[in-house]
Structures are given as structure tokens and as C-alpha cells.
Design a protein around this ligand. Sequence first.
Ligand code: GAR
Length: 216
Amino acid sequence: MHNNHRSVVVLISGNGSNLQALMDFSNAGNYRISGVISNKSDAYGLQRAEQSNIPTTVVDHRQYESRDLFDQALSQAIDEYEPGLIILAGFMRILGADFVKRYQGKILNIHPSLLPDYPGTNTHQRVLDAGEKMHGVSVHFVTEELDGGPVIAQESIAVESSDDAESLATKIHEKEHVLYPTVASWFADGRLRLDGNDAFLDEQLLPETGEQIDAS
Ligand code: GAR
């Protein structure tokens, strides 16, 4: 793994609206997206990358007999771009322990809930079913525990009585598209660090729910 914090590889599985936001913001900025990798060849995000002249690689998980073999192929594809940071942006595969260890402190994920609440999938519907008043989005360091790595930053939204899973997804996406490029820039500027299970921003230990962003 390279020490160049500013070189980023983005991993996707689908639409790639977060990838788009990361690409748009990088024009202004302090990190460079060296490559985009998808485990699905028909992910729309691949077209977004190509439109921005960013190289892409497909590593199709169905072509590997085990998670280990898939992870190895993924590592190889990542290392070819020599990144200092791996950003998971709607990447819907679980990564094995060896993979996570190899890139310790250099993988970020965005998750559509206020972690540690609602890890896993289908978060919007689960939040509605539970009658929650608040929902939100978290960016966290990836560790071996699924959706369990230390939270770096979080932004909340109110759940209205008129909301359904789709309207919540739309609201969450709006927040994600600002939050993720912001956190990527923190990393690129060397302001973020993972130590064991603790995340530090500017050498300050972050609380369990990360930095609370209030963009409203
Ligand atoms: C985002 O909402 C992201 O938080 C979620 O997938 C969506 C991808 O959208 N990620 C997860 O659920 C990870 N467990 P995008 O492809 O348009 O960026």
C-alpha cells in the first residue's frame, strides 16, 4: 500500500452516485481518483468513471470459488493503482479478515444509518418499521467487524410521518454526497488516523458516533 494519501481507489457495485460526488469534488481538490473497481460489470458507476476518463477494473466475484480467491484478485486490482486510500461506495461484498488487515486504516465505508444502530442491509425500511424519529449516514473505517469499524463522521436527518424507504434513501443520498468527499479530503490531508479500534481526527480521539456534521 502506498503512502500517498491523495491517491484513491473507489470500489462500487452499482449506481455510483457517491462515486460521482467524489469525482466532482476531487476537481476542486486534494485527492485524485486513480481507479474505480466494480464487482459487477453492469454497474452504472463504471460508465460514470469512464466519462471522467478514470480507469476501471471489473473483478466479478462469481468467477472465484471462494471469498479468499476473490479478495486476492481484488487486492491485485487495487494494488495496480497504487492507492493510499480505498473508498467503498456502495460496494456490496463483504471483505475477508486478511484483506481488511492488509489495508488496515486505509479503507473507508459509507453506511446509510446512524451506526452503531442498524448495521447490515435494508436500513431505511428497518428504521421506518422501528418508528425511529431520526435516521442518518455514517462514514467509518473498515475493520474486520461488518459495519463495525470506528465511525469518523455522521449526519442525521429527521424521519417525517410522510417518509417511505424511497424518500429516506433520497434524503440520505443528499447527505452522503457532501459527507463522503469531505471525509475523503480529511484523509488526503493526513488528518485521519486509525489506531486499533479508535479513530483520530487531527490527533483527537473521535467519540463512538464520530464527528457530528450539521450542514443545515
Ligand atoms: C449508498 O446509500 C450507501 O450508503 C449504501 O449503498 C448506497 C450506494 O449508492 N451502502 C451500503 O448500504 C453499504 N452497506 P450509490 O451507488 O449511488 O453511491
